[in-house]
Design a protein around this ligand. Structure first.
Ligand code: UD1
Length: 342
């Protein structure tokens, strides 16, 4: 397909991997990014991998006039994938209004323009955070959403509601919300990956930075959970597998294979892996010993979650393919590449 797809947040972690997969599938891509949590050099890296330089515009989607001006100049966009959002759980607790403004106003500006310029398809980055701590595992798309633990989580929940209501209002828009579990790893080229600013909040970047000697010690938050080894359990999904699901979701919308105008899919592996298990796998595949200590639980963390992926497997014909070993090795290769470690 040569249709043009708008990717907001296309220089970010999941966004950049998705731009690569879209281009490799034959789509043309235009990126909007404000570079608030990414680097413009990512566009060079995407070009190195795919041989194609994605068109890129740098501005903030909360600016309604600039967003409108963008669409006024781009008439041939067929669909958008909306990644652009702030995602640090802790920061969202400190700065709730910043999170609500950034994550919700940008979505509303985008949708208003899509309606105005008749761009009917949108794929949205949602999160398993909307499930909170579910009573029953694994979680299906019908598992009830719980009250969000953080303003960040709440923006994902409200964004899903904004999409559902917009679609319901016969706006002509159709949407797919993808609920990511824990995206980890990097592109096998080691040219793109996660680039956290400052001290990483997420587990895998903290592990790779500890292995690289940038952090002295990794803290494992809690070993008194009701899990086999006492550490928390998550569903760690390879970022390239995740990116591929976006291509499938776009193709589904563009070919009208969606069953309803608003669909939701869980994107995970279906396997729960504990924090301690993950550390062991990392040490095994990289040969690097991690300096870690067990500390108390991190406030707001849930005990365990993993996805029931059967709906995505069946309806999207998609499933996670990469092993945890391969995924963690790719994260380490990326860390070594950006630090110049042999
Ligand atoms: C959460 C959200 C996810 C969101 C992400 C954004 C849930 C279930 N998930 O992921 O939707 O996109 O935040 O940041 O709400 N850990 C350590 N030591 C560390 C870092 C993490 O032990 O230094 C542990 C955590 O306590 C947790 C696990 O590793 O048990 C994964 O943590 P993290 O990578 O931060 O992701 P989540 O909190 O699961």
């Amino acid at each position: 397909m040569t249709e043009k797809i708008l990717v907001t947040g296309g220089t970010g972690y999941i966004g950049s991997h998705t731009v690569v997969e879209l281009q490799q599938a034959g789509f043309r891509v235009v990126i909007i990014d404000d570079l608030s949590n990414s680097e413009i050099s990512v566009v060079d890296s995407i070009e190195k991998i795919t041989g194609i330089r994605p068109e890129t515009e740098v501005f903030d989607l909360t600016d309604a006039a600039k967003t409108d001006d963008f669409f006024n100049r781009h008439h041939n966009i067929k669909a958008s994938i909306h990644f652009a959002a702030s995602k640090a759980v802790g920061e969202s607790v400190e700065k709730p209004l910043q999170y609500y403004r950034n994550n919700l106003v940008s979505l509303m500006n985008l949708l208003e323009c899509q309606i105005k310029y008749d761009i009917r398809n949108i794929v949205f980055s949602s999160s398993c955070t909307v499930y909170g701590q579910p009573g029953k595992l694994p979680v299906t798309e019908n598992t009830p959403r719980l009250e969000a633990e953080s303003p960040y989580g709440n923006t994902k929940r409200i964004s899903e509601d904004i999409l559902r209501d917009t679609v319901k209002a016969n706006s002509g828009i159709q949407a797919i919300a993808l609920r990511y579990f824990n995206p980890v790893g990097a592109h096998p080229s080691a040219l793109i990956g996660e680039l956290p600013r400052g001290v990483p909040g997420n587990l895998v970047p903290f592990i790779t930075q500890t292995a690289a000697g940038i952090r002295e010690q990794l803290s494992v938050f809690g070993n008194d959970y009701d899990t086999p080894d006492g550490s928390a359990i998550r569903d760690f999904i390879n970022v390239v597998d995740l990116a591929k699901a976006h291509v499938v979701a776009i193709e589904r919308l563009l070919t009208g294979r969606n069953r309803t105008a608003f669909e939701i899919f869980n994107l995970g592996t279906g396997n729960g892996v504990s924090v301690l298990e993950l550390l062991n796998v990392f040490e095994k595949v990289t040969g690097v010993k991690l300096n870690y200590k067990i500390v108390g639980r991190r406030p707001g963390d849930i005990e365990k979650i993993w996805a029931d992926t059967s709906y995505a497997n069946l309806e999207l014909g998609w499933k996670a393919e990469k092993s945890l070993e391969e995924t963690l090795l790719s994260a380490w290769q990326w860390e070594k590449a950006i630090r110049g470690i042999q």
